[in-house]
Design a protein around this ligand. Sequence first.
Ligand code: FEO
Ligand code: CA
Ligand code: CA
Length: 570
Amino acid sequence: MSNFIMSMNENKLSTLEKLINKKLSRRELLETSGRSAVLFAAGAVFPIRFFEIFKPAPDKNLSPYGVPFKPVLPSTEDKFILPEGFDYTVIRKWGDKISAKEDFGFNNDFAGYISIDHLSGGNSSDDGLLLINHEYPSPLFINNYSDEDFRNGKIKTPEEVEKEKKSVGICIIRVKKANGKWLFAEDEKYNRRIDATTPVKLSGKASGTPEMKLMEFAAGTLANCSGGITPWGTLLSGEENFQDYFSAEHEWEYRWNDTDKDFIIEHYGWVVEVDPFDKNSVPKKRTSLGRFRHENVAVGISDKGKAIAYMGDDKVNECVYKFISKNRYDPDNRSNNMDILDEGDLYAADFINNKWQLIDFEKRDELKKAFVSQADVLVNCDKAAKLAGGTECNRPEDIEINPFDKSVFVSFTNNSKKDDYFGSIVRIIEKNNDPESMDFEWEVFAKGGADTGFSCPDNLTFDNDGNLWVLCDISTGKLNKNEYAPFKNNSLFMIPTTGPDKGKAFLFATGPVESEMCGGTFTPDGSAMFLSVQHPGEGSLTYDNPTSRWPSGGGDIPRPAVIAITGFKK
Ligand code: FEO
Ligand code: CA
Ligand code: CA
């Protein structure tokens, strides 16, 4: 066991962290090498049936390094650094136009690709839509409103708040490949912004209830962190740190309600669904999926045709969730799927008893004692989940379903208050490999730290060979300091899930100063990856002297941007 783990004070650990340590200790007993690595094979802890379901991924394009690239080194430079043979283009950055009347937003996070011919069954890797989330504004770079202004109690003007509201939300843009390069495409049929001023329907079980102030529409969407793309071709966008916008909830950050007194907190913290192929469609908040700090949504279809949505609540000591739709997915008629996420059952992961715990007011006495209705349960979902038996976790970030074996990968990014500095990636294996199952097993797939070289895993994505790509997010205030110093700038790693290099992290890219890479998605043919470079220069104290000038350089301010990386062999 590593010194890091041994030094941990057990009393300070979250419930899940204690369980992780127990599994790691057990593996130490079973392992003969005595090596201090914190990875282990499923077979060391679980019966053989669990790794029998892990079908080997195709083993191709391997270089002498065992991975399809020569890993780069950690860097503190204000550059986006890739291995030899790879290149990137900036698709859009803060300040660029995306349509005649709309601009690209700030702090882009999720960046999902959907082929332009998706609805007719195609999977074009030359032409598609990018579905992008804009998570939060920078008052400094948008309004030249500094930390000092905040400390001095300066209230933003309505115009300043409006500019910040326009900088967050969702962006849909068309992208096309020409001469091997990916470029933004002007297209008024698709290109669209949805921001914190756009009317959004409140749909599902909490809509129109007293808990929602009897309202069926919300003013816009905000805090859009990561997301997901459904099999029926829609975007799911996770509203994450909604509390940052309300001064009563959070002493620092945006405080829009100091200026906008009609701002309703219960209308935020939901999953928003958008049809990217219909510019006139009204976005909908899927309240049946619960209200918490949604990181992303990973959607799959069970063998019996139910839509399954896995979700995490990115806060310390919060839960992992699963939703199972009541109705079956209809592969032949898209319109039958468009509201499928409004009806179904919501569960929280109980990592102690390895069970999914139902969060249903009518069926759980624990919830009847504490809440007045299912709408009340959904609005206060984090409290309800724990009463129902959900396990407290160390900040669940991204969740993704391995397309090769349906096992579910979850990033637990870190919780330094509980001595979990570097995070871990946990793999959930549903009983009988059935996502509708109420029972599961789980393993620690990889643990961040000096042994593996990565720290604070956040977004995850799979390539066509079954490798896991891990985008790391060490927060700006901690980057390049103390225990985080060896990791340098935030980075992107590839971790094979099978074969001799299973569980080893290979460094693929490092970002510019104080940036975080988010939302990596491959084209269907695997030849390109789209990703967001979020918050470069986030630690800047003044507009005129920023800590980063990426991507434009010279005298420009830093600009969050979505980029396309090419050079991957098909
Ligand atoms: Fe917005 Fe959980 O990261
Ligand atoms: Ca994230
Ligand atoms: Ca994060």
